[in-house]
Design a protein around this ligand. Structure first.
Ligand code: HEC
Ligand code: HEC
Length: 296
């Protein structure tokens, strides 16, 4: 497992504030780096298998709808984000709209990132702009003809996309809100763990209850506290340990997709953040699902 040395004071500060109000310019870089890892941007935007340049895109994402290729998000002015304004970046992540006004496919999980706070989006952009620019044109997606027209995505968004910043619940403790923010907005756990309708929208009532037809044709387990089909038998520390090391309470190790999430994202978090995620998951209603965990 990778282990990045975190800036301790920033990490503690991150933990305390769900929606940071202050964003002192000097703090923004470490905050951006932390978020960048937690949000797993590199997992999709680097073509690791082919030793692709970091963040230059081109990684294939095989979905039920076709093959999507991630974009170049390095600061290159011609093929990356070099000429994007702050507002362009904000609109892409919050509304799923490009600087030219085109809709993005939800293979780019702006459906979750929409909940990131303004301060976090600023910090993320600042971190991305500090990376090595790479000149590499984006590869066109391989989609059936009827999905190629981006204007159609506006209908999809009308049905399934709820843009807007995460709203902490006043009657919940800060750690719960921090966990909810990490799960929903940052680490976008639901993008894989929530089953989808025929047209790819989330089945909200089955939130985190597993997806039998996940990305790369995998079965994705139920992570609600249901005892039969979910992780109801896992304690909060079982969950936090798994997110750090990839080991389940039975001594198995996480398979490919989740191993990437753990390596690139959850193992890099500070311990309090993993605990907050675990506590949030334990607090969810147990939902029984037909998508059983592959190991049970
Ligand atoms: C699950 C995979 C995945 C993750 C995780 C992901 N992206 Fe992407 N991203 C994509 C795909 C696929 C596209 C292309 C979408 C399209 O063409 O409609 C994209 C497009 C983008 C674009 C638009 C680029 C352009 O040239 O128009 C930006 C900006 C972006 N992503 C930033 C990010 C950031 C920042 C993160 C982390 C917070 C992130 N992405 C995480 C898959 C991902
Ligand atoms: C890219 C897709 C993806 C994302 C994002 C993702 N997961 Fe997973 N997750 C999986 C897959 C696939 C498995 C099954 C792993 C295996 O077969 O060992 C899994 C397994 C798990 C398990 C073990 C369940 C069991 O019964 O063994 C837990 C707990 C879990 N994920 C929590 C999370 C949390 C919390 C997040 C967000 C921080 C998250 N996952 C984000 C794909 C994902």
């Amino acid at each position: 497992m990778k282990n990045l040395a975190m800036h301790k004071s920033v990490a503690v500060w991150l933990f305390i504030s769900v929606a940071p109000v202050l964003s002192a310019a000097d703090d923004a870089l470490p905050q951006g780096e932390y978020l960048f890892h937690a949000a797993g941007c590199a997992t999709c935007h680097t073509q690791e298998d082919n030793k692709g340049s970091p963040l230059a895109g081109g990684r294939a994402l095989k979905t039920a709808f076709g093959i999507f290729y991630s974009s170049n998000i390095t600061p290159d002015p011609d093929t990356g984000l070099g000429r994007w304004s702050e507002a362009d970046f904000q609109r892409a992540l919050r509304e799923g709209i490009s600087p030219e006004g085109k809709h993005y496919y939800p293979a780019f999980p702006y459906t979750s990132y929409t909940q990131l706070t303004d301060a976090d989006l600023r910090a993320l952009r600042k971190y991305l702009l500090s990376r090595q620019p790479v000149r590499q044109a984006n590869r066109p997606h391989e989609l059936p003809w009827y999905l190629r027209a981006r204007p159609l995505l506006s209908f999809w968004k009308m049905l399934y996309f709820r843009p807007g910043v995460f709203q902490p619940l006043a009657d919940k403790p800060p750690a719960w809100n921090r966990g909810a923010y990490l799960v929903k907005a940052v680490a976008h756990c639901g993008e894989c763990h929530t089953p989808r309708h025929f047209f790819g929208g989330f089945k909200e009532a089955q939130y985190l209850a597993g997806n039998p037809h996940g990305v790369d044709d995998t079965k994705i387990p139920n992570i609600t506290p249901d005892r039969k089909t979910g992780i109801g038998k896992w304690s909060a520390s079982d969950i936090a340990d798994y997110l750090e090391t990839g080991m389940t309470p039975d001594g198995d190790f996480a398979g490919d997709l989740m191993a990437d999430v753990i390596d690139n994202s959850t193992s890099v978090l500070i311990r309090e953040d993993r605990r907050a995620i675990a506590a949030y998951l334990k607090s969810l209603p147990a939902v029984e699902s037909l998508a059983r965990s592959p190991k049970k």
